[in-house]
Each structure stands twice: as structure tokens, then as C-alpha cells.
Design a protein around this ligand. Structure first.
Ligand SMILES: [Zn+2]
Length: 277
């Protein structure tokens, strides 16, 4: 499932393709993929999907990506479990449209981009750019720049295991199962540790580990486990550098002990019983 690094890589690969380009048309192939927050005035579907607008910005918060046009129209793309947003200089072939829910055509031969999502846990949201702050305020701060003092303030009274808290998008936005396990390993923290038992210094260490793991993953193009690809169709390389995620039963890359695995907050979790206390 795409987490912050993967969405950031999609943003970075699409930015030079989309920014400055005018959206000639938008074709929604499946209506229930598009939602509008309540209170949005009714508008033609093409307009909701940015047709006629010049793209001025691609913004990201946590796992959400927003395409913004010159007149403030904004389309949030959520990749969910299996979604991707892909650009190409060539239009999609008729036979490749399965699970493609929206296709945008750019003016002046600047190509095409489309949203594809086989399992449909993702989707598109149309809103005005000025509403983005409200929309994103419901999420925690972006995990790429998370501070120890924020984590401390948000979670220090929680009785939840730290791993479960890291997955809570209201506490911090962008961390999912892969990077929670990787960050906890780097911080040498057992995923089951109760939040309220952590000191301020430990929260700082954890915040540093989260930022470090996410930044490295972005530089490596994200993690491709099954179907993740960036905006130009390239897989990530960070999966080869996972220390613990998906490696239960294998040796710890740091101390050689056998990595333990189990379910925590209903998610497969892997840790080193020797390194993580
Ligand atoms: Zn170890």
C-alpha cells in the first residue's frame, strides 16, 4: 500500500509533467470514485476534475496528493491500497482501460495522466484550494517533518502500543505498516511499548528515526512490494533495504538475532527482540 514516500515519489515525478500544463479534458469513467465535501456548490463533473485549468501546484500531505489549478480548483487523489496516478506522452490503448477510473488529457501535446485503482479503496475529492487546510487539519502533521515535541504532545498520554499510534493518521500523517516497523527498528523501540511509558528523549529519537526512514525511502523511489509505481511507471528500490518489514524469521541486519513477527493492531509486525526494547 502506498505510504508517504511512495506518494511523494508520485508527486515528484508528475510535477514537471503537470505544472504549467492546461487540462484540456477530464473523463470520469466511474462516478463513485469522485466525492465532494458537503457544502461544495454543484458544478459540472469536468470542471470538478480541473478541465480548462492550468496546473500550478502539486501538493502533498501524508498520503494525500492534491492537484491545484490557477483558479483554485483542487483535486485530491488518494491512492488507497492499489491506486496509482500515471502520466504518459501516449494515450491509453483501449484494451488497457480496466480499472482506470479517470483520464485527463493535457493541451499542446503535453500528454495524458490517469487514475487507476483495481480495489477502489482510493478515490478523488474535488474542492477549492482554500478548503485544503481544513481538509488536512483533520490529519496530523506530515510525517516527513514530524517533531519529537509534537509526538510527545499528541501521544504521551495514550495507552496504545506505539506501533498502533504511529498508524493513526490523526496523530501523524503518512506512516503505514512498512515505515512504522522500519522507524521503530531504527529507534530501537519495541512496537508493543505503551505510548505513555516513553520519555521526551525517546519521542525525539523516534521522530528522528521516522524522518530519516521516510527521507531515505523517498530518495530510493519508495518501496514496491506488488504494484506500486511512480508517476512515470517506475518501481521503487527501497524494498531491498527494509531492515525488518516482511523479514520475520530472518536474521536482524544489525545483530544477527532472528527477527520476531506477530499481529499488532491487526497488522503484521516484525521486530528484533534483541535490538528493540
Ligand atoms: Zn537486532
Amino acid at each position: 500500500m502506498p505510504e508517504l514516500p511512495e506518494v511523494e515519489c508520485v508527486r515528484r515525478t508528475l510535477e514537471p509533467r503537470l505544472v504549467g500544463a492546461v487540462v484540456e479534458s477530464a473523463r470520469l469513467r466511474r462516478r463513485d470514485v469522485l466525492t465532494q465535501p458537503p457544502g461544495q456548490p454543484g458544478a459540472p463533473r469536468e470542471a470538478l476534475l480541473l478541465a480548462g485549468g492550468r496546473v500550478v501546484n502539486l501538493r502533498r500531505h501524508g498520503k494525500q496528493l492534491a492537484i491545484v489549478t490557477h483558479d483554485g480548483r483542487t483535486c485530491i487523489v488518494q491512492l488507497g491500497m492499489t491506486g496509482s496516478l500515471r502520466w504518459s506522452s501516449e494515450p491509453l490503448a483501449r484494451g488497457s482501460l480496466t480499472h482506470v477510473h479517470c483520464v485527463w488529457t493535457l493541451e499542446s501535446g503535453r500528454g495524458f495522466f490517469w487514475f487507476v485503482d483495481p480495489r477502489r479503496f482510493g478515490g478523488l475529492t474535488s474542492l477549492r484550494e482554500e478548503s485544503l487546510a481544513t481538509q488536512w487539519a483533520a490529519l496530523g502533521p506530515d510525517a516527513l517533518t514530524i517533531s519529537g515535541s509534537h509526538l510527545h504532545q499528541a501521544l504521551a498520554r495514550s495507552r496504545r502500543p506505539i506501533k498502533a499510534a504511529l498508524l493513526d493518521q490523526h496523530a501523524l500523517a503518512g506512516v503505514g505498516n512498512i515505515y512504522a516497523d522500519e522507524a521503530l527498528f531504527l529507534a530501537r523501540l519495541l512496537p508493543h511499548t505503551t505510548c505513555r511509558s516513553l520519555s521526551a528523549a525517546t519521542w525525539n529519537r523516534l521522530a528522528h528515526a521516522i524522518r530519516a526512514v521516510l527521507a531515505e525511502a523517498v530518495l530510493a523511489g519508495g518501496s514496491t512490494l506488488r504494484d506500486y509505481r511512480d508517476g512515470e511507471g517506475n518501481p521503487g528500490l527501497y524494498q531491498a533495504r527494509h531492515s525488518v518489514y516482511g523479514r520475520a524469521g530472518m536474521p536482524c541486519p544489525s545483530c544477527g538475532a532472528t527477527l520476531a513477527g506477530g499481529l499488532l493492531a491487526q497488522r503484521a509486525t516484525v521486530w528484533c527482540p534483541a535490538c528493540q526494547k
